[in-house]
Design a binder for this molecule. Sequence first.
Ligand SMILES: Nc1ccn([C@@H]2O[C@H](COP(=O)(O)OP(=O)(O)OP(=O)(O)O)[C@@H](O)[C@H]2O)c(=O)n1
Ligand SMILES: C[C@](O)(CO)[C@H](O)COP(=O)(O)O
Length: 222
Amino acid sequence: MKKYAIIVAGGTGKRMGESLPKQFLKLGGTPILIHTLQAFEAADPEIELILTLPQEEIQFWDELNIWHQNYLEHKVVAGGETRFHSVKNALEHVGEGLVAVHDGVRPFVSAKIINQSFEQAKVNKAVVTAVFMKDSVRQLDEKGNSKNIDRNSLRMIQTPQTFDVDLLKSAYNADYKSSFTDDASVVEAYGYNITLIDGEYQNIKITTPEDLIIAEALLKAK
Ligand SMILES: Nc1ccn([C@@H]2O[C@H](COP(=O)(O)OP(=O)(O)OP(=O)(O)O)[C@@H](O)[C@H]2O)c(=O)n1
Ligand SMILES: C[C@](O)(CO)[C@H](O)COP(=O)(O)O
């Protein structure tokens, strides 16, 4: 079965607070996004890679690739206003089979998780990686009062999120809603059940400045 991966990197990284979008910041001297693409290549070189980027950064990315001699084959697609719109644009370049959607800023995804996601998606069609909560959690009401929530009933959701292509394309025909923070929320709104599989704590999303410090440490420990 043909395998695709949409690597979403069409954001601007506001929470990182740098002028350069965070996906291009360096980790061990190499841009984060190159680490992420290499993780998919290492997992299975047959996976067809589709990368979404902000339109205004496409030329910069070409130059970065030449500078870092990164010759991994991939198709570049302009991103959209939100992650939802970026995935929707990328789906136009995906044929039949299975597709993993992965955040470009999660460079520590392992080959094991990528390959397990595709294997499980052959059976369950909508497979999402998740880890248990480590902290206690409380829910706020409208008055600002909080109450404890059983953390065993919660999961922290990661990517890859891997789907049957026809299912994901059908789900993405929906109009955008602000509750669509990931692909699972889009597919669930379409009426399909999500299968959770174990993710990995090291598969962090680099979002705010301290994540870069953690990422450098994770890279050294690899
Ligand atoms: N219009 C967008 C917005 C986000 N993303 C991608 O979705 C992933 C997860 O999003 P997030 O971490 O929120 O990235 P940003 O939107 O760039 O960050 P911020 O919300 O801080 O601006 C990132 O790899 C990001 O580049 C995308 O492809 N297109
Ligand atoms: C897709 C995601 O990484 C799953 O945890 C997350 O929902 C992205 O959220 P963000 O608000 O765009 O960072």
